[in-house]
Design a binder for this molecule. Sequence first.
Ligand SMILES: [Zn+2]
Length: 248
Amino acid sequence: MPHFCFHDELNDLLRPELRDRVFEWPCAERATAKHAIEALGVPHTEVGRVLVDGRPAGLGHLLQATDSLDVFPTEAMRPAPGDPAPRFLADAHLGGLARRLRLLGFDTELARDAPDRSLAHLADGDGRIVLSRDRELLKHRRVARGRYVRARTTEEQLREVVAHFGLREGIRPFSRCLECNALLRPAERGDIAGRLPPRVAAEQTEFTLCTGCGRVYWPGSHWQRLKAVVSEYSTVPTDRSANAEPGS
Ligand SMILES: [Zn+2]
C-alpha cells in the first residue's frame, strides 16, 4: 500500500487519527494521487507540492504500492505590485464573508444555492477563486483555484482570506456595493433627490451610488462600524474614500 504524510495546515482536513504522521492507505488500481488525496478529505485546491519518494510529482501521478507521498499545502500568495486583484466566488453559506470582501473592495460574487456543478462551471468560466466550507465543491475538477475556509466566524474568515491571498495591498475600501458587488460612483445630491430620508438629506453631504443596483450610500452610523472593520486592514485614511452606508 502507498504511504502518505500530509504537512502543515492540510492536517486540519484529515481524520484525527491520520494527522501529523505517516500512514498506509489502500488505493484502487490505477488511482491517481488526486483520487487518493481527495478520498482522504483534502480537496485538490488545498494541495501545493506533492513529492513521491522525495521527488516532485503531479496530482495525476499513478500510484504504485511502494510509493511514499508527501503532500504540502498551497502557499500563501504574495502578489507583486501591479498584479490584478484576485476575484472570488463565495458559496451560499459565506454571505457574511462576501460582504466583508466587497467592503474592502474585492470583486466577490455570491453563489446563491447553485448546485455544485453549475457553481464550479461559473468559477471556471470566470476565473474566480472559489471560497467554500464545502469540500465536495472544491474537489470538482472545474474548480481550478479555491480555498477551504477554516475559520467559522465572519471576522476570522476575513482575516484568513486576506492573509492567505495577500490582499492587504489591494484594499480599496468603500468602492463596491455590499449588496450586489458592482462598483460605486460619487453621486450629486441632485441625482438622488427624493430618494433620501429627510434627516439624511439634511445632515449628509457625500453620497455614492451603486452602478449596478442603484443603491445609495452615505457615511452614517452603520458606516462607523464598517470603518472599524476596514481600519484593521488598511493604513490608508478612509475619510476621503469612505461613503458607505446601506441607505435606500
Ligand atoms: Zn449594488
